[in-house]
Design a protein around this ligand. Structure first.
Ligand code: ATP
Ligand code: MG
Length: 367
């Protein structure tokens, strides 16, 4: 799949911009603060309806404007279709093929995007929250119903935490409502966990050999899921529900004492090991980067496998952060297969023949 055209209006520092893209490599060149990341972000937002940089949609609208718009023409499965997002003070509208989609989970997944930016190089070293976000976004674009369950889970989690606080401060003593919320939390949380375990198995299939390739066969990556309950990876949904239920029974008093939910997918994490050593703790910066790069390349292959077509790849400021060996590995892998957008302040930092045929866009002050 690829994006043929993009039109943005009142988006970040752009008044109005309309571009036609190459279906292979597009390079966006500009000095700092000219709008490179904003342009990449707009493509990401077109896919996910939200930004990778902020959870506040309002920030996407150009200062002093009351609405902002992103429109794209996407080619996928041998046909073209338009996608459109409109942000205003009242909220956002998402249109697929000119028709507004009331549920975002019906819209997300129509355009598949993988973003790789310097902050992703920190995926291994960063907070558990970043790693959870990584898996959640990936599962979401392959199986949009996941977004629904995750959203429900987060909503119930908030309510349950508020109630646990009330019980902690003895503003309330009756636990009937807590039981109701616990059941609802488990209902959605179990599906979230089941899907994550399933995703992880698939991710591994791609990530491990890719990692071996980049490290020239010298390093062996392993990835494990660290759940807040005791589960084996082949556990089925029914067993997950049972395990959460008995676990919550046993920790309920402690949860009230602490005033917060102590078990569930919101507390889980991923662990990465290289040659049996935890990369988070012991890995060199290079090893952490190789792991992050392997995960991103695995994501691309996984989407191709699940969706049937390669996603679009956004490389924001990341190529110049990789050494020549990793740069070539990345560009060789995607060459000729994946529509790619690359940003850079200067083309001289990127050495690869693919860039000879690239479409070049110079960005200056939102133009
Ligand atoms: P760098 O090379 O430093 O990463 P960049 O070209 O990626 O730069 P962007 O992150 O795209 O820069 O930001 C460009 C400009 O957009 C910044 O000066 C920022 O202040 C401005 N900007 C951000 N949000 C808005 C907004 N809502 N309205 C108008 N301008 C904005
Ligand atoms: Mg930038």
């Amino acid at each position: 799949m690829y994006i043929k055209e993009l039109a943005i209006k009142n988006y970040r520092n752009y008044d109005e911009l309309s571009l036609k893209f190459d279906n292979q490599i597009n390079v966006i060149i500009g000095e700092n603060a000219q709008g490179k990341t904003n342009l990449m972000e707009s493509i990401y937002v077109l896919a996910f309806t939200k930004s990778h940089r902020t959870s506040k949609d309002k920030e996407l609208i150009k200062w002093d404007s009351d609405y902002g718009k992103i429109k794209g023409s996407v080619f996928k499965r041998n046909r073209s279709f338009p996608l459109e997002l409109i942000f205003s003070q009242k909220g956002k509208k998402a249109k697929f093929n000119h028709i507004e989609q009331k549920r975002l989970s019906d819209y997300i997944g129509s355009l598949n995007v993988v973003m790789f930016a310097p902050e992703h190089l920190n995926l291994v070293k960063g907070s558990p929250q970043e790693r959870r976000k990584f898996i959640d976004m990936e599962i979401g674009q392959i199986k949009p119903i996941y977004i629904y369950h995750l959203g429900q889970y987060q909503k119930i989690l908030k309510q349950r935490n508020a109630l646990l606080k009330d019980l902690q401060r003895q503003k309330q003593t009756d636990r009937t409502m807590l039981k109701v919320l616990t059941d609802q939390l488990i209902e959605h949380g179990s599906i979230v966990l089941e899907r994550r375990l399933e995703f992880l198995k698939k991710l591994r299939e791609w990530a491990l050999p890719i990692h071996k390739g980049i490290s020239r066969g010298l390093e062996q990556l392993t990835i494990s899921y660290d759940a807040s309950i005791d589960v084996s990876e082949d556990i089925n949904l029914e067993r997950i529900i049972e395990t959460y239920t008995s676990h919550h029974d046993s920790i309920e008093d402690r949860e009230i004492e602490r005033g917060t939910t102590l078990a569930g997918p919101h507390r889980d994490d991923l662990f990465f090991f290289v040659n049996d050593r935890n990369v988070q703790t012991y890995g060199s910066q290079g090893q952490q980067r190789t792991t992050a790069l392997s995960l991103k390349l695995a994501e691309i292959e996984l989407i191709k496998h699940e969706v049937g077509e390669y996603p679009i790849l956004l490389l924001d400021d990341v190529l110049s952060e990789l050494d020549d060996q990793r740069q070539s590995h990345l560009l060789n892998t995607i060459q000729g297969k994946v529509q790619t957008f690359v940003t850079t302040t200067s083309i001289s930092g990127i050495h690869h023949e693919t860039l000879n045929q690239a479409e070049i866009f110079n960005i200056h002050n939102g133009q």
